[in-house]
Design a protein around this ligand. Structure first.
Ligand code: B1M
Length: 209
């Protein structure tokens, strides 16, 4: 097995501690941070994403794989920045005001990160100002909102209305998701896209950006 395949396997099997060794070795063997990212870390996460879609793995396995991926990313981040690897796009993601559910949002954030997007996670209970100010500061391409409660999903409209009021609606793509959210709802409140899960969010943003 090549060293990049070992890294990929570490992600698939969620080996957070073990991933350090093959990454160090890959660097010594002359692989670039980009190779390690694309052929090791992202390749591993793609396998997990497909298995998840087929119902072969569940949320805990995905989170454990994502943890290993994040550890790997930390180890190559400096080299990535130095080598000027371009992100596929910048996404500001958060759970809307009044809502503290973050498991689904974290999954979307991790999958996007794993697919090569720059992700700024602003957490839970996020106000419209926080979404908008962060998106402006980070020169984001996308504002991504999650809601798990029927009582908080309407806040997505508040954020979109605020964007319109500030004349910023066309500056960002707005993607919404979460258990009670539907395609119809997102269209009604003026968002751009709805996706039902994290893998579809990645596929969609890959196409859009
Ligand atoms: Co709460 N909760 N909860 N809860 N909770 C639900 C959502 C609920 C359906 C349970 C129920 O009654 N059957 C219900 C909502 C009812 C409704 O509104 N119709 C509910 C309620 C009522 C509440 C409280 C009000 C309970 C109370 O205090 N009386 C309270 C609210 C607190 C608040 O937010 N202000 C509350 C609290 C909590 C906990 C804190 C205990 C905990 C959250 C812990 C945490 O997130 N850190 C919790 C949990 C765990 C749940 C359930 C059991 C699981 C949610 C979850 O994480 N699912 C949930 C019941 C259920 O769903 N079975 C429930 C796994 C996760 C991977 O799925 O988040 O749907 P999900 O994400 C999916 C997709 O939706 C999508 O991708 C993910 C998978 O790929 N997705 C996106 C999500 N965001 C996306 C964004 C995108 C794209 C896709 O683009 C931006």
């Amino acid at each position: 097995m090549s060293i990049l395949e070992t890294i990929k396997e570490c992600v698939i099997n969620g080996k957070m501690k073990e991933i350090q060794e093959p990454i160090t070795k890959a660097k010594e063997e002359g692989y670039s941070a980009k190779d390690i990212l694309n052929e090791g870390l992202i390749a591993g996460m793609e396998v997990i994403g497909k298995e998840w879609e087929k119902g072969e793995v569940f949320v805990p396995e995905v989170l454990i794989a994502a943890r290993a991926l994040n550890k790997g990313l930390d180890l190559i981040e400096d080299d990535l920045v130095a080598s000027g690897v371009e992100y596929k796009g910048t996404v500001v993601i958060g759970t809307v005001k009044g809502d503290l559910h973050d498991i689904g949002k974290n999954l979307v954030a991790l999958m996007l990160k794993g697919a090569g997007f720059k992700v700024i996670d602003i957490g839970v209970d996020c106000k419209a100002e926080t979404f908008i100010e962060t998106a402006l500061k980070e020169e984001a391409d996308v504002i991504a909102m999650s809601s798990l409660l029927t009582t908080t999903m309407m806040y997505m409209q508040t954020v979109i209305d605020e964007l319109k009021e500030k004349g910023l609606r066309d500056k960002f793509k707005v993607i919404c998701g979460g258990a009670p959210v539907t395609d119809e709802f997102v269209k009604k409140v003026g968002g751009d896209f709805y996706t039902s899960d994290a893998v579809k969010a990645v596929d969609l943003l890959k196409q859009v950006l």
